[in-house]
Design a protein around this ligand. Structure first.
Ligand code: MN
Length: 256
């Protein structure tokens, strides 16, 4: 193969020369990482915890390593179809086809319209975006920029007593069932609004996306660095056998 004309070798060269940049969309993972808070009668996800196995000490003079503990949904993470009862017969996180984990991504930026923590993305917002930028990408991701990542450093303001932006039930149903995207990515702690337990159906993004064998991606950062169209998302959840999701690293490739 002629390396100068191969698509992949051309990409590799552009990565080295930084004509293609890699943007990290992942929130740092530590005991400070905000984790969703559910009503007291529900099960709760574990925050990230670390226990030192050894650090060049009597437990291992030459080695530093840790045990870690967290939920499948701690920090920037991936929701697999079986995460929700509507998708219970679909794929677990280990079964998600890796071909779908590298995909085009568009950014629907409504951050200048989020004047209320309970802001909901509506179908008309997305249709206005389509009018301007073209159709949503086949097999790709809609990344929903609300501006909420600015609060990511502080768990209390980030979780905001369960008042955080989300998607209306009607818009979630339409996106999941009528558009060709494979998933939705958000800046908030979960794909649904903080108040989505009051919606009909409850948690509509989970209900409709997982019910359509589609994916969720949360706690994204740096969406402001991406163009509306033209980024490639690389998302890497761990292949936890039977898992409902996984903490993950998410990157975007953009042309500089
Ligand atoms: Mn989740």
């Amino acid at each position: 193969m002629d390396n100068s004309t191969s698509t992949l070798m051309s990409l590799a060269q552009q990565l080295v020369s930084k004509k293609v940049e890699v943007i990290d969309l992942t929130a740092p993972l530590s005991s400070e990482t905000p984790v969703i808070r559910l009503p007291a009668d529900r099960g709760q996800p574990w925050p990230f915890e670390r226990q030192v196995i050894s650090r060049y000490d009597e437990n291992g003079e030459e080695v530093y390593w840790n045990n870690i503990r967290m939920s499948e949904h701690t920090g920037t993470h991936f929701d697999a179809p079986i995460h929700w009862i509507s998708g219970k017969d679909f794929t677990d996180v280990s079964q998600v086809p890796v071909q779908q984990l590298v995909a085009p991504a568009v950014v629907v930026d409504v951050s200048d319209q989020v004047d209320d923590p309970d802001f909901l993305l509506e179908r008309h917002h997305v249709e206005a975006w389509i009018e301007q930028h073209g159709p949503l990408p086949e097999g790709g991701w809609l990344l929903y920029r609300s501006g909420w990542d600015a609060r990511g450093e502080n768990a209390d303001t980030f979780l905001n007593d369960s008042h955080t932006p989300g998607v209306s039930p009607e818009c979630a149903k339409w996106l999941a069932e009528q558009t060709p995207i494979v998933g939705i990515g958000v800046e908030t702690v979960g794909t649904d609004a903080g108040q989505a337990f009051t919606f009909e159906p409850q948690f509509p993004v989970h209900w409709y996306f997982q019910g359509a064998c589609k994916y969720g991606l949360t706690q994204l950062k740096n969406l402001a660095k991406l163009p509306p169209v033209g980024a490639v998302l690389v998302v890497a959840p761990l292949p936890i056998v039977g898992g409902s999701g996984s903490p993950c690293r998410a990157f975007a490739l953009i042309e500089s």
